[in-house]
Design a protein around this ligand. Structure first.
Ligand code: CUA
Length: 333
């Protein structure tokens, strides 16, 4: 290759790398940053992009060069195999050492970021998150709130979440904090972050956990300390609507995300994974059986094993009674 071509090639590779990195950085891919973890993860991401892009460009440029340079040319139709090459120590040292340094450096940087995010701060607030198909429930042990289907937290307070599941593996994802972690029916996992901006942020289940996975969503509401204290008091005195439903059948329906799979006009639900509940005409006994032991009788067009068989255990008796009552009434309309 002529020296002028080689220089032109190097310049082209450098320019394309800079252009691609600039394009990636200029476009705003992410939701708003909620906590210090958000900024750290975004910086790590940008660093990874800046390091990866030149490799991509060099590799594709090399492939393009080989395709053009070593093609069968019309004036030289040589289709014989090339001379076999038996190793090149210099090449092997280069292509082992460079990736090794890059990967180890990135690994150390990512580990530092992770260690930083997971560091235990002083005076953190504990929240237990319990997942089940297809809903998240929140418990505040220090505030003595046992169930809430809304995650309400005070701004600028470090939080620690203990994550567990009652059935299958789910995953707790808070995009604004750039954090996600699996929730297993086995050992509890942990997540820490400190929300620094008030507002409402989505929470998403990001592990395929069954037919209702796509609707397994929740909300994080970051409020002022005063507003949080007020909310806590409401929950404790029963002024608010606890997630369990507190004896209100419609609230139990919502708290257990029944609408993710069932259509019911009285609850504004339009799920299609399970039978429609309007006009069902069940009596209380049949309704209770279909909730507690869903596989006992299966409606035409549906199959066994879709509805979680755990609701009989997870819904408190008073709430289950209220839910049955609500559904029997709503199903008659
Ligand atoms: Cu829970 Cu996906």
């Amino acid at each position: 290759m002529k020296a002028s071509y080689r220089i032109a090639g190097i310049v082209a590779v450098a320019l394309s790398s800079v252009l691609l990195i600039a394009l990636t950085f200029l476009y705003d891919w992410f939701p708003a940053q909620l906590s210090p973890s958000s900024e750290k993860v975004d910086t790590l991401y940008k660093f990874l992009v800046a390091v990866s892009v030149p490799f991509v460009v060099v590799i594709f440029a090399f492939i393009a060069y080989c395709l053009i340079e070593f093609r069968a040319k019309p004036d030289d139709p040589d289709d014989k195999d090339g001379e076999p090459i038996h190793g090149s120590t210099r090449l092997e040292i280069i292509w082992t050492t460079i990736p090794l340094i890059v990967v180890v450096a990135l690994g150390i940087y990512a580990w530092i970021v992770l260690d930083d995010i997971e560091a235990k701060p002083l005076d953190e607030m504990k929240i237990n998150v319990v997942a089940q198909q297809f809903v998240f429930n929140y418990e505040y042990p220090d505030q003595k709130i046992t169930t809430s289907n809304e995650l309400v937290v005070p701004v600028n307070k470090p939080l620690v979440f203990k994550l567990t599941s009652q059935d299958v593996i789910h995953s707790f994802w808070v995009p604004a904090a750039r954090l996600k972690r699996d929730m297993t029916p086995g050992p509890a996992t942990k997540m820490r972050f400190k929300p620094e901006k008030t507002g409402t942020y989505p929470i998403v289940c990001t592990e395929l956990c069954g037919v209702g996975h796509a609707v397994m969503r929740s909300q994080l509401r970051v409020v002022s300390q005063a507003e949080f204290d007020k909310w806590v008091k409401q929950q404790q005195t029963g002024g608010g609507k606890p997630a369990g439903g507190g004896g209100d059948g419609k609230a139990v329906f919502a708290a257990n995300a029944c609408g993710g799979c069932h259509t019911l006009a009285a609850a504004n639900a339009s799920g299609a994974a399970g039978p429609k509940l309007d006009g069902l005409g069940f009596d209380a006994a049949a309704m209770r059986e279909s909730i507690v032991n869903p596989d006992a009788k299966i409606a035409k067009g549906f199959s066994k094993g879709i509805m979680p068989p755990t609701f009989g255990k997870t819904i408190p008796k008073k709430d289950l009674d209220a839910l049955v009552d609500f559904l029997v009434k709503a199903g008659k309309e």
